[in-house]
Design a protein around this ligand. Sequence first.
Ligand code: GDP
Ligand code: GDP
Length: 438
Amino acid sequence: MKPVIALVGRPNVGKSTVFNRLTKSRDAIVADFAGLTRDRHYGTGKQGRHEYIVIDTGGFEPTAESGIYMEMAKQTRQAVAEADVVIFVVDARAGVSAQDYDIANYLRKLGKPTVLAANKAEGMTDGVKLTEFYELGLGDVHGMSAAHGQGIRDLVDLALEPLNLPEPQEEDEEADSGVIKLAVAGRPNVGKSTLINTWLGEERVVAFDQPGTTRDAISIPFERGGQRFELIDTAGLRRKGKVFEAIEKFSVVKTLQAIESANVVLLLLDATQGVTDQDAHIAGFILDSGRAVVVAINKWDAIDAYQREMVKRSIETRLAFLKFADMHPISAIKRQGLGPVWTSIAAAHRSAMVKMSTPVLTRLLLEAVQFQQPQRSGMYRPKLRYAHQGGMNPPIIVVHGNSLEHVTDAYKRFLEGRFRKEFKLTGTPLRIEMKTSK
Ligand code: GDP
Ligand code: GDP
């Protein structure tokens, strides 16, 4: 499980700017849940070999009724509670404020590893103004400037240090384990628990006794048709008699962690609701994570032919970016349509873990070039020479050659299509990277 870092602090201290530095990507998803005073952002980042999830909580705003007391949205409290480490951002220029004390008190009570980051410290003589932040009783103060990109690397080191993270597993070890790590993701009430119980209650599925626990997240091992799976839980499932019961209703953090640590994600939609913004956000996060994905449209039993047509259309438009994924209408309650979902999960997993040899990739690349040359750009015509596999889950194909920075997106899509077809890839993103030799 990737560690979760929560950014907290009063408005305007620079949390979003820090967030953007830590995630270095457009990968952020915005969650819009009722009861939030402000949107929160979720993203992933990487330093060295360690990957992490960052939440910009943004919810520590006092409300009119509660005066100086912090009225945190429930989801924000939950996000902080679920984080492994908290980065508390303060404004080095403004100095300590009353609100900073409130937040510091809250964090001290929480007893979580906390890094105190004094942002906007660019050009300030070290330690001059930062000393006053020791009064917050949270230990050392890390001076930094998100806007100028100073002290970011150290900040991540400070945040990850107390977690004693194990060295990440090599991809190959994972691929050879023969277990498909599966996460069922979807917003509240789409039918995740119902589906999981239907699965685990099926005769063909053998769920092993005790769910294993990895760093708070529950995973349920089971076997189906000789294939071993590990169901990565998003809702805190506990066995209660014969059925598994969701302890928490919905957790964004658990959803993101589950997606990140899965090989295949089953995205569950609710046919009676169509594709909502939140579905699209979760789908976007799955795409950015690079995980393989299968889409199941649940509650198909509850809508008529006209509505079915509308749902199909809304998926085509709103989830167009998941075109590579198989989509299946199902009914978790009536146990309908579940077989093809398993077939797609297996195909997506195989595709995500595909091994592509350099000679075969290079041959396909050169055939593609012969079929259609990349466009000339001014004086340059990109020269594609050979290709090798740069990773799996998602599969990455690295193309080597000259002037490759001039290869158009359209041409990359053309290559992607050829590779997909040859390797029969379905349900996984395929990334193509260009590497120009000097
Ligand atoms: P948030 O409300 O805590 O998320 O704060 P923002 O990230 O939106 O930043 C608030 C303001 O502070 C913006 O105008 C930023 O440009 C500015 N800011 C953020 N980081 C720095 C910094 O390192 N130095 C300075 N001088 N300004 C910063
Ligand atoms: P979760 O929050 O995603 O775990 O959703 P639940 O499994 O708790 O289901 C939410 C609601 O949808 C419950 O009332 C279920 O009975 C209902 N539901 C789940 N699957 C189906 C289905 O296939 N058809 C219909 N009509 N309702 C369903």
